[in-house]
Design a protein around this ligand. Structure first.
Ligand SMILES: [Zn+2]
Length: 91
């Protein structure tokens, strides 16, 4: 099953196993993952989700730098973490 990047950084296209001409769109942003196929709409679960998760794990190391530069999804939480810390070396 082939997976490729879609039109945005959170969108992926997954090839249909039964129809090579057909690609399903899967949305995944790290917390939410959903598919456009009938199976997902019916059961909230489908093999395309697994394919995208596997694809993300494989590509994680390779595109990490690019992703940080483009989206920086963890910026707000890391700032909050810094503010929350009193500082271990405070006098
Ligand atoms: Zn699906």
């Amino acid at each position: 099953m082939q997976v490729r990047n879609g039109t945005s950084s959170n969108l992926f296209d997954v090839e249909s196993e039964t129809d090579p001409e057909k690609w399903y769109q899967v949305f995944a942003n790290g917390t939410v993952i959903k598919c456009t196929c009938k199976g997902y709409l019916g059961h909230r679960m489908c093999k395309h989700l697994g394919a995208v998760q596997q694809y993300l794990q494989q590509t994680e190391g390779g595109i990490e730098e690019e992703e940080i530069g483009e989206t920086a999804p963890s910026a707000p939480s890391s700032i909050a973490r810094w503010i929350g810390l009193p500082g271990p070396g405070a006098p």
